[in-house]
Design a binder for this molecule. Structure first.
Ligand code: PXP
Length: 240
């Protein structure tokens, strides 16, 4: 069964739009759990544009499913992650000017730094996933740095699907399938996420050995119309 990690960053985005105290991501996490979420995902960005340190603290105390914390490979947030000890950390790249995480982590270019971060997190008992583009060269390095899982970046596939670019969509899905096999052969757990929606999620969820999908924007968008518990339930039904 493919597990669903519900990313609640955008609940905090709404709160931070007014720099006030509502809505609280902890409320959202509770409703997501009631809807069947297998995990709660949050991204503590270095610029703190949505999730704040306090959110992480509260969620670590209140969430009963597993917490997947996304952070950059940067000292300040790695130290916070080691103190908070979520069940899983996903290492992601970060650029201050980006609207959302734009590409996967380039671990070919930063192997030593990523290896050190993975070791540091694993030393305190945190499972580590690496957010990577579906590139064979990147995945080859993932097994060398002793990560537990790779989260494949599905953004290019999702964008092609959104634009109805059928050939590009098919090619991107093919890339995801090929690199998924490589991930499994390397003995790593297979995750995927970014840009997944109720319309495009099924082919990704059906990739053999897909263990976890992390989905945020589309679920929160639907939640505005139908409520979060229902939105999570709808997504759970689709990913089986
Ligand atoms: N996975 C990772 C590593 C991400 O950085 C994000 C966005 O924060 C997601 C999944 C969720 O993407 P989306 O909000 O497009 O579903």
């Amino acid at each position: 069964m493919t597990e669903l990690g519900v990313n609640i960053d955008h609940v905090a985005t709404v709160r931070e739009a007014r720099k006030t105290n509502e809505p609280d991501p902890a409320w959202a996490a509770t409703l997501a759990e009631l809807g069947g979420a297998d995990g709660i995902t949050l991204h503590l960005r270095e610029d703190r544009r949505h999730i704040q340190d306090r959110d992480l603290q509260i969620l670590m105390e209140t969430v009963t499913v597993r917490v997947n914390l996304e952070v950059a490979c940067a000292e300040e947030v790695l130290a916070i992650a080691c103190r908070a000890r979520p069940q899983q950390v996903t290492l992601v790249p970060e650029r201050r000017e980006e609207v959302t995480t734009e590409g996967g982590l380039d671990i070919v270019a930063s192997e030593a730094r990523v290896r050190e971060a993975v070791a540091r997190l694993k030393d305190v008992g945190i499972g580590v996933s690496l957010f990577l583009d579906p590139s064979e060269a990147q995945i080859e390095v993932a097994s060398r740095v002793a990560a537990d899982a790779v989260e494949l970046h599905t953004g290019a596939y999702a964008e092609a699907a959104r634009r109805h670019q059928v050939d590009v969509e098919r090619n991107e899905l093919e890339k995801l399938c090929i690199t998924s096999k490589q991930i499994v052969q390397c003995g790593l757990r297979l995750h995927a996420g970014h840009g997944l929606t109720y319309r495009n999620v099924s082919p990704v969820a059906e990739i053999p050995a897909m263990h976890e999908l992390n989905i945020g924007h589309s679920i929160i968008a639907r939640a505005l119309m139908v409520g979060l518990e229902q939105a999570v339930r709808d997504m759970k039904k689709l990913i089986g």
